[in-house]
Design a protein around this ligand. Sequence first.
Ligand SMILES: [Zn+2]
Length: 74
Amino acid sequence: MFYVKEQLNDAMEVSIEINDENVFCRCPHCGSEVQVDFADVFADGDVDLFGTAVLCDNCSRKLMGGAACGCEQV
Ligand SMILES: [Zn+2]
């Protein structure tokens, strides 16, 4: 499994398992919170955590002119 680890202070450290429900990013267009399925991101084959952005449903729908498919690369 993957998990994030953050040192809160000298005495405390938290480890949080990454799953398909607790990974989020901001939509690059409207700034709303988007839940990210890491399996989808990794499926692209070219993973760049800093260069990858995930559009929210609204923006991806707008950008694709109403197409139902949500698979366009950002
Ligand atoms: Zn958006």
